[in-house]
Design a protein around this ligand. Sequence first.
Ligand SMILES: [Zn+2]
Length: 276
Amino acid sequence: MPEGPEIYRAAAMLDAALAGRIARRLHLARADLHARARPLQGRRIVSVRARGKAILTRFEGDRYIYSHNQLYGRWQVSEDGGQPEFRRSLRLAIHTGGPAAFLYSASDIAIMEETDLATHPYLARLGPDLLDPAVDESLVLSRLEDPRFSRRGLVALLQDQRFLAGIGNYLAAEILHHCRLHPAARLRELDNERIHALADSCLALPRQSLATGGITNTLSRAAALQQRGADLETARFLVYRRAGLPCYRCGRPIEKARFVGKTTYWCPTCQARDGC
Ligand SMILES: [Zn+2]
């Protein structure tokens, strides 16, 4: 499933193509959305923004198309408006007369007004979005110190969008390795120093990933690996999808294991539980 940085990059691509243009024609595969979508045709698109793993396409008059990519959803933009050859089912298309945007496979689509955003079952429950520039360390710390979350194993808690928005599988594994925490550790087991380290990693890695096209590895190390011929997929991660390969810190093999219901990657040496 795409995670926060991938959704933000998709939103930025859509915003560059669509913002300021008139939606001349909309195609929605779901017939139950046609009546609500009709008033959007002929309106100007104001912006396209990510909210957690959802995308909001905002139209003049504070109307929105909400979409969530789920597992297989994929956005494509064509500069000349032509539909790309893509062997998936088309769910939504926005034609402007110039560039057009096409959403494939995702069926979680809604047409909303401003007032609906506050009550939408996904949006209303989203925690602070780690890629929102307004979200800072003190806000993340307030979540980490909230007793409602103190008993849950970290690798599952980090992927709960109601806790913090934007983290999925790869970011959870990378964040926990970055701040040397055991995947099953609980917030209530962590001292102040470790809580601060976790807050730092929760902000730093998603933002680095967004800025670099997906790199959560140390940037100098990723660059050195690529200079020696590694491709981006090989160079980008600290532990994710590196089972059996040596930990960059301690040299022992990275392991793939299941904790608190989530399969993840970790270094048993660097991420020991310290008797917690
Ligand atoms: Zn290690």
